[in-house]
Design a protein around this ligand. Structure first.
Ligand code: GCU
Length: 330
């Protein structure tokens, strides 16, 4: 009798392990791509790896995401185009290029929109931030979560101290008409150049300067080529993790619950990136201060003059004045 029971037990064990093997063999296994144009150790790329690991764990290995940093899959605008037909599954984008794709995002690109970083996060972490993410559901790439990218300031090859010094300077901008329009209100000549080409454009003296956040200024070596940093903080352009609409369809066909997991992981990766960002900003500032760079901190009166010069761009967004008012009052 004991032998029979033992045999039955072994049989059951075998049956159970066969079942498990066959169900995991059936489990779909997707390998998806994720593009970032920053270096592998930059906060956004590290957050991308974090996101990929979370998704892998929480889908029990069914979804594996391979991260391609350093613009390996192309410059941001080209990545967005590729996402439209599912050539790339995920990407991290700067808000600076998104007004071309999501018109309403132009509102978030307006200069001096927020008082400070806390103000921006009150907006993005609240109903308004969700409203903007929700809005992208209609497009071929859908934004899932926000990442930090600090504030953007100008840096040039020659000193800049007042608004007048911007006149006729050739400044590189992100590749949208809105960016050209805003920067040209200072009297500068704005040139669209992709992120990876700024350094050589500075060295070849094709441009007098550019504008970006401190970590990018340092990571890309721009601080060597354009050592005059002018702390204007004219933009706060956060970034998003986006997914291609055709990847959403692919995932939904397998299991609609996976998209919930992905959204949750993207939000967590965003929070993780914000911590890394704070550390990176401090480190970048230390590098700049220890270098030969000259940092100019304009006084409030000078900032007000820059604001005033850029202010008329808001007139092009009168259709969104209620929304802008709500953002301002957060
Ligand atoms: C930031 C952002 C990049 C973007 C760049 C730019 O560095 O993180 O994704 O490409 O700005 O100015 O183009």
């Amino acid at each position: 009798m004991r032998k029979i029971l033992l045999l039955l037990f072994i049989l059951l064990l075998l049956l159970f392990s066969c079942n498990r093997r066959s169900s995991s063999a059936e489990a779909p296994y997707l390998v998806l791509s994720y593009a970032d144009n920053q270096a592998v150790d930059f906060p956004t790329s590290r957050a991308a790896e974090y996101f990929a690991n979370l998704v892998y764990e929480r889908t029990e290995g069914r979804v594996k995401i391979l991260v391609y940093p350093e613009a390996m899959l192309g410059a941001e605008a080209s990545v967005f185009e590729q996402m439209k037909y599912g050539g790339i599954d995920f990407a991290r984008f700067s808000l600076g290029i998104l007004s071309d794709y999501y018109p309403m995002f132009g509102v978030l690109e307006l200069p001096y929109l927020y008082e400070d970083s806390e103000h921006m996060w009150r907006v993005l972490d609240g109903e308004i931030g969700d409203y903007f993410l929700e809005y992208t559901k209609e497009f071929q790439a859908v934004a899932l979560a926000w990442l930090d990218a600090g504030s953007r300031s100008f840096y040039t090859r020659r000193p800049v101290e007042t608004l007048e010094d911007f006149k006729d300077l050739t400044i590189r901008v992100q590749e949208t008409d809105l960016m050209v329009d805003i920067i040209e209100r200072l009297g500068s000549v704005a040139v669209k150049i992709s992120y990876g080409d700024i350094y050589s454009a500075l060295l070849k003296k094709e441009i007098d300067g550019a504008e970006n956040n401190l970590p990018s200024y340092v990571h890309m070596g721009h601080y060597v080529a354009a050592p005059y940093f002018y702390l204007s903080e004219h933009f706060r352009l956060p970034e998003v993790i986006a997914i291609s609409q055709s990847t959403i369809e692919k995932l939904n066909a397998i299991d609609p619950a996976i998209m919930d997991v992905i959204r949750e992981c993207a939000r967590e990766a965003g929070l993780y990136e914000r911590k890394l960002w704070a550390e990176e900003e401090t480190a970048a500032l230390e590098t700049v201060l220890a270098s030969d760079c000259v940092v100019t901190v304009p006084d409030q009166a000078e900032i007000e003059r820059i604001k005033e010069a850029m202010r008329s761009v808001y007139d092009d967004y009168l259709d969104y004045s209620d929304l802008i008012e709500r953002i301002r009052n957060q």
